[in-house]
Design a binder for this molecule. Structure first.
Ligand SMILES: Cc1cc2nc3c(=O)[nH]c(=O)nc-3n(C[C@H](O)[C@H](O)[C@H](O)COP(=O)(O)OP(=O)(O)OC[C@H]3O[C@@H](n4cnc5c(N)ncnc54)[C@H](O)[C@@H]3O)c2cc1C
Length: 387
């Protein structure tokens, strides 16, 4: 939907084909770092997002076993001043609803739900995409096809070969807790990140502070693909042993009875994301582990750049998408790689964990933030400025 909005901003008509019958709340939070927030704001979404988003004052990193704070990386006003855009956290359903409302208002965008893309055929001057819905198969014709079909992308097989996603040996467990049930300090506008051996915990307020989004990532051999397998407190809590997890963290994880779990996968960086008038976008192009909270942010950046490249070269979609792929590839690859390395660091135990904590403490919160400048300070290349 972000890509469709960016395309409409650049004078194109866009059709969004989504296999889901309904846009439903997917019960989890999402961090929108300034690089993502800036792009969404430039697309006119600020008024819809700001009332629902929280701008956390800091990322508070804690040692899971001792419960002691390692470092506090300033966000809030510090991030807004440094990057010219906010660092937000928001419920995914609220982000999706804001995008859907903007898409619905935009006459140049048609959102077609319950339509599963099954095939596409490229011609010298365009593309035909076939999609199946309840009423049968229909065809859409256009100048370009942006395939944003996620980690298990089938379009990717046509562009880059059939190498399957790689299981990362980890599970993400997600739940939402009513804010009134948690310790008052966990209701504060902060992102809490607890680092433990082979596991970490992240929580922050969403729904304008009414709920707390809780995510635990554990080492695991469970590798069933999919988004949302039901799980229970009894499955999760024993994985966070009392000697390795401070009581407030265990108490928080012990609150919800129902969890959803999700096996983590990524893929090797691709050298090329486009073929003729077809290009991959988002997780289809660069699925990454969630340790930098950048997967959706990269998809949002992709959307802006793809639209801008097509606007600059509207008569040659293949060349435009080649430029898009060349522009985006190195950055997405660097973020994918750093996400994987960050995961390994987060889950260190013993001496390795102590060294990591000491290094973060010495670095201090302000420098830790500056360390991420190359990610958060991103803006579309000036030649491509939106609108
Ligand atoms: C635990 C966890 C936490 C995360 N936290 C963050 C975070 O804080 N910040 C962040 O930026 N990222 C985060 N991410 C990553 C983020 O969720 C993904 O990068 C993002 O959802 C990718 O978006 P996408 O649109 O590319 O793909 P998806 O979200 O996978 O969407 C793909 C869409 O394509 C549809 N589709 C698939 N095939 C077809 C077809 N044939 N026809 C029609 N429709 C089709 C699907 O139904 C789906 O709606 C996190 C990921 C995990 C696992």
């Amino acid at each position: 939907m972000t890509a469709a909005l960016a395309l409409a901003r650049n004078g194109f008509r866009a059709v969004v084909l989504e296999q889901a019958e309904r846009l439903e709340e997917t019960g989890a939070g999402i961090q929108l770092s300034p690089n993502a927030a800036r792009t969404l704001i430039e697309l006119g979404l600020e008024d819809r997002l700001r009332p629902l988003a929280t701008a956390p004052a800091a990322l508070r990193v804690l040692n899971a076993a001792s419960g002691r704070e390692i470092v506090r990386m300033p966000l809030g006003e510090a991030a807004a001043a440094r990057y010219g855009a906010p660092y937000w956290v928001i419920h995914r359903g609220d982000l999706q609803a804001a995008l859907a409302a903007a898409v619905t208002r935009q006459l140049d965008i048609t959102l077609k739900l319950g339509m599963r893309v099954e095939d596409f055929v490229a011609y010298p001057k365009g593309i035909t995409v076939s999609a199946r819905g309840k009423a049968g198969t229909t065809e859409e014709r256009g100048v370009a096809f942006l395939a944003a079909d996620g980690l298990w992308s089938t379009a990717r097989n046509r562009i880059a070969g059939n190498e399957p996603p790689r299981f990362a040996g980890r599970t993400a467990w997600r739940s939402l807790v009513p804010a009134r049930e948690v310790f008052p300090e966990f209701r504060e506008p902060l992102i809490h990140l607890w680092l433990g051996r082979d596991a970490h915990l992240v929580h922050y307020p969403v729904k304008a502070g009414r709920a707390i989004n809780v995510v635990v990532i554990t080492a695991d051999s469970w590798n069933t693909p999919g988004w949302s397998e039901p799980a229970s407190r009894a499955d999760l809590v024993p994985r966070l042993a009392a000697e390795a997890w401070a009581p407030p963290a265990r108490a928080l994880v012990g609150l919800p009875e129902a969890w959803l779990k999700w096996a983590l996968y990524d893929r090797r960086p691709l050298t090329r994301w486009s073929k003729g008038p077809v290009a991959l976008l988002g997780d289809a192009a660069h699925p990454m582990l969630p340790f930098l909270a950048q997967g959706a942010a990269m998809a949002i950046e992709d959307a802006a750049v793809a639209a801008q490249c097509l606007a600059q070269n509207p008569d040659d979609a293949a060349a435009a998408l080649q430029t898009y792929s060349a522009t985006r590839g190195p950055r997405a690859r660097d973020v994918q790689r750093l996400a994987a390395r960050t995961g390994a660091r987060y889950h260190l135990g013993g001496v390795g964990g102590e060294v990591r904590d000491a290094a973060m403490r010495i670095m201090g919160g302000k420098h830790l933030l500056h360390h991420y400048d190359w990610i958060y300070d991103w803006r579309p290349p000036p030649a491509f400025s939106i609108g």
